[in-house]
Design a protein around this ligand. Sequence first.
Ligand code: NAI
Length: 327
Amino acid sequence: SATPVTVTVTGAAGQIGYALLFRIASGQLLGPDTPVKLNLLEIPQAVKAAEGTAMELDDCAFPLLRGIDIFDDAGQAFSGANVALLVGARPRTKGMERGDLLEANGGIFGPQGKAINDGAADDIRVLAVGNPANTNALIAQAAAPDVPAERFTAMTRLDHNRALAQLAKKLDVSLDEIRKLTIWGNHSATQYPDLFHTEVNGKIAAEQVDETWLKDEFIPTVAKRGAAIIEARGASSAASAANAAIDHVHDWVNGTPDGDWTSAAIPSDGSYGVAEGIISSFPVTSKNGKWEIVQGLEIDAFSREKIDASVAELTEEREAVQKLGLL
Ligand code: NAI
């Protein structure tokens, strides 16, 4: 049978890890014909919990799962990896300044990027989920000069899916009636969910909703959804975040459907005035295992301002990590 694809998951014993690993092992990440081998990376204190999850993975008897290894060393965990899901991160704790947060995450994503550079397979694809995801992806990328820059991406697919769900509810349509939604910018409260190119049954979504709903309800609801989940659940989004990670990698590897696009944070080539090199969310299609930015969209003044604000935040984050010597 086919050679297994090695998928390395960091933060494997965390909440998202628990929601993610079973879906990878069941074939939902790469498709029903691709066997997988899981490499789990955790900090030493959480290795035992990861072993517990591995026991449960065994007990699912997934036909596609060809092995699980658990590590507390990045060099070993990324050796031979084809896909890296960087979930484990240092959360912001009370009183922590942004600089401290970026520095703490630099201490995680820098060494992981280096380990990817030194030991991952030639076709390695990296998705940063752990926050601040876009800048963590940039830090890992900078530590991996031998890996093509485009292989480092960050997750805005959860924001994309949240926006789809809000719009479907508002217009009382099913999800498959919606196409071409875009999340622009940073995975943060400044992100911009754009309905001006979104089509619902072939008609522009922004023209089917009132402006007040779009500006004062839709955009903030999508941007603040993470906080609303924490408030309701007493814990942050985990299953939906895992689901979005699955969607991102699945589409990257298998392609996006004709006539539609999705959202992913990928290195900017300068398109749409987004500073070159930052890892920013764009409308993207995927073909032959490569993301491409959808070109030629007209950006009106309202959207321009929103995109610029989120991009400005990303360039500030980049400057901050440059100052810390992380790039
Ligand atoms: P969690 O706290 O339940 O799990 C994080 C795990 O990472 C822990 O088990 C911890 O031991 C591990 N970890 C910490 N440092 C590590 C390192 N250096 N190497 C390997 N593992 C390490 O957190 P949860 O809920 O699973 O979330 C993980 C991250 O995902 C957070 O940063 C969160 O903010 C982010 N997130 C991102 C979303 C997005 O849309 N981009 C959505 C939801 C969460």
